[in-house]
Design a protein around this ligand. Structure first.
Ligand code: NAI
Ligand code: MG
Length: 356
């Protein structure tokens, strides 16, 4: 019997709506497969909690979360609480505190109709972006001098440690080797004359240990262009925190939008729990209407199952997503359909179990 303890942080806006559908999927798997069981514990943290308690989560939140096998998060952030507070005091605290230094973002076209790119199909858009998730441009280092004076100066410092840079690049080489794919590094050594020259150097150094992996190195502006014009160039991609944030949004745009993009925050050493979440935010414009697309959150469940070593179920979930997209009858309004979040989730579970 394999048992997994999952901490739930549904969060704000559509977060709870889409997480509910992910849980439905996990419960259905538990019921169908007697060798697997899950327990769930829900935490009420997020913006509502902040407005009542003056903090996004409990002070000992990391202590409470550290013994779980995984964290399943919806979205945090809502009008009324500044975004830098909701992001930094919850998401970034967990990512940093649990050393989730790998952000795994599949950019994979699941159905040809979903891309706005002409003449591109599933075989052209099928990559895994590995984004550095613990330091770099988002380290929070800097200063704000002479605030509100004419001589005001702000400094936002990128932090690239040897340890931090090597480990993410090594992780990417391992992934490329394991899956027999090419590896592309995205950087900007011509303009960022310290951080990105160092990044490129480390990419080359670590690469000496992986002579079997074919590599490419692009500047981030050129890479952005290729994401749109020639996405087939990319298989496994490794990049910094900021560049990864941006290129994966381009990735979402070429594969069907926010309702479909997922991302896992991984601590590869498994010393701490990893966190699985859809890429999208709390979508205040559609929250409470029951029309949010739960597919991104369900894809996160697939990533979680994969991380748990339940690869067959992970693949079954992804295949069922593809089937729903192909059927084209059970889709939420963002994809041109008219079913609710809950209806899509229930139909999903039916198909998943039937396919088994
Ligand atoms: P957003 O992702 O919430 O929404 C952007 C657009 O995409 C909206 O029009 C929304 O309706 C649509 N959308 C997003 N997810 C969807 C889904 N599952 N189904 C259908 N449509 C969907 O980004 P936005 O509006 O910039 O941010 C809203 C709040 O969410 C902010 O407070 C922001 O800080 C927070 N946020 C949180 C994130 C997280 O928890 N990881 C990530 C991004 C934003
Ligand atoms: Mg983002």
């Amino acid at each position: 019997m394999k048992h997994f303890n999952i901490a739930l942080i549904p969060g704000d806006g559509i977060g709870p709506e889409v997480v509910a559908e992910g849980i439905k999927v996990l419960k259905a798997i538990e019921e169908a497969d007697k060798t697997i069981s899950f327990t769930f514990k829900e935490f009420p943290w997020g913006c509502e909690y902040y407005l009542k308690n003056g903090k996004m989560m409990d002070d000992d939140a990391l202590d409470i979360l550290k013994d779980y096998d995984a964290i399943y998060l919806g979205a945090v952030g809502y009008p009324g609480v500044p975004d830098h507070i909701s992001l930094r005091d919850l998401l970034i605290k967990i990512r940093k505190g649990f050393d989730q230094y790998v952000n795994l973002r599949p950019v994979e076209l699941l159905h040809p109709d979903l891309t706005p790119l002409k003449n591109k199909t599933e075989k052209d858009i099928d990559m895994l972006v590995i984004r550095e998730n613990s330091e770099g441009e988002y380290s929070g280092a800097g200063d704000w001098l002479f605030k509100d004076k004419p001589e005001e100066v702000v400094l936002q410092t990128g932090v690239f440690s040897r340890k931090g840079t090597e480990r993410i690049i090594r992780y990417a080489y391992e992934e490329a080797r394991k899956s027999n794919r090419t590896l592309t590094s995205i950087s900007k050594g011509n303009a960022l004359n310290y951080s990105m020259v160092f990044w490129d150097q480390v990419f080359e150094e670590v690469g000496k240990e992986y002579p079997d992996v074919k590599t490419y190195s692009y500047l981030v502006d050129a890479a952005s262009l290729y994401f749109v014009s020639q996405p087939e160039r990319f298989e496994v991609v490794v990049t910094s925190n900021l560049f990864g944030d941006i290129v994966t949004d381009i990735g979402a745009a070429i594969t069907g939008g926010m309702g479909l993009a997922t991302g896992a925050n991984i601590n590869p050493e498994r010393k701490y729990p990893s966190m699985f979440e859809p890429v999208h935010g709390s979508a205040p414009d559609i929250a409470g209407k029951g029309i949010a697309n739960p597919i991104a959150a369900i894809w996160s469940v697939s990533q979680m199952l994969d991380f748990f070593g339940l690869e067959e179920w992970a693949e079954a979930v992804l295949n069922t997503i593809k089937q729903i997209l192909k059927e084209n009858t059970y889709l939420t309004p963002d994809l041109g359909g008219s079913v609710s979040t809950d209806e899509l989730g229930s139909h999903f579970v039916e198909l998943l179990i039937k396919n088994r």
